[in-house]
Design a protein around this ligand. Sequence first.
Ligand code: PHE
Length: 483
Amino acid sequence: MTAIASPKNLWLGRWGFVLAATGSSVGLGNIWKFPYMTGEYGGGAFVLVYLLCIAAIGVPVMMAEIALGRRGRGSPIDAIRRVTRESGRSRWWSGLGWMAMLCGFMILSFYVVVAGWAVSYLWKSVTGGLAAHSVEGMAAIFSANNANPWNLGFWSTLVTLATMAIVGLGVQAGIERSVRWMMPGLVVMLVVMIVYALFSGSFGAGVHFLFAFDPGKLTGQAVLAAMGHAFFTLSLASGAILTYGAYLPADQSIGRTTLMVAICDTLVALMAGLAIFPVIFANGMDPASGPGLIFMSLPLAFQQMPLGGAVETIFFLMLTVAALTSAISMIEATVAWLNESHGLSRVRAAWGVGILLWVVSTLAMLSFNVGADWKLAGRHFFDWLDFLTSRFLMPLGGLGTALLAGFVLRGESLKEELGLPSAVHALWRFAIRYVCPLAIVMVFLDALGALGAAFDWRWLAAVLVLALIAEVAILRRHGRQGG
Ligand code: PHE
């Protein structure tokens, strides 16, 4: 195996990792999925569970992934093989790496279709193709865009090509160079959107919807959805963060960078909500209109507002950029693995995977037209890809990562890699050993209905609060022992 950590495979700039990892985590999940899920699951209560999941599960798992990546310096499969060898543990844990790679590939297969919607809407907004005056009119545009497989296929193929071209160029010349200008651009566009919502939308109604807490709306399914989305939005358990971690220079702090990425990601999701819901409410539309929310309700709302056309273009450009910086991270693990373990050049690896991706994503794309009737248990292929990854593969991968990092590997190995002050390390260890596995298992069982009707979300909240108290106790004890 060639070492992946040759100098040309380390982030060049001080901000390289943070930009790339934030680029990976900020994506369609924040701007498309989070708002429509919040709308479907009833607002504030869902948002609160989601935030809890980010803090209690997402952050510790992300730190573990980055540490595993940097310790093992390789694609998920190779990195896990190296760290387990170092600790004298079974190499079978590298199965976790295989699962992550598969998960990243499956996500990308439906992600390029949604990203294709974004690019096609960008095109439409520039060329005046979004000029309908009713919800029905907008819905008709959305359906027409989907109905023709050649049209939809064209846009998703474009996204696939762009993704593969960037990844093929390499870590520094491809990924790092592109995120260096795309991420600041994204922030500027988002700020423009919020200022616009502040002056033109029903800002108060939007804020109320996002933050008003109504526990009655929380079901087991909603909690599982919130947890799955926490993994999705932070790009966990899919090879992305672990592989980017493999390129992290040894002198950068894993704790600090993780916090930065998680905070940026959360802020962008909330800001996207604050940019979108006021506009929806100002025009008396339904926040629970599902995956089409930003493609149907939002453009219609823009039509009715001053300067709406320009802001609409900015919005879809922002969506496209966000999608692209995430897409490249989903396939990096596979390209790195082919490059490292099979000696393929990056360019060849990228195009090889790209062809396979094109085939699978085309099948996903057909769910919206030719294959509209190809359903299994009520779901299209597209829905299955989303459902299986967010609800099963990612929580399961997170559970595996927590067990590997918390129990299987020798304690000193990751301790050295994380390099945290000892009290903070104790906190992380407690979270990864107990909070994460317990929460994930409980949420799973509840969603499967295995805990019965007596169970409700307050149990989970109680466990998390107990965990928090215990964490503080550990922290204080360490403090008294002088570090
Ligand atoms: N985090 C990305 C988003 O929110 C999606 C993603 C998932 C990216 C998994 C990489 C890996 O859109």
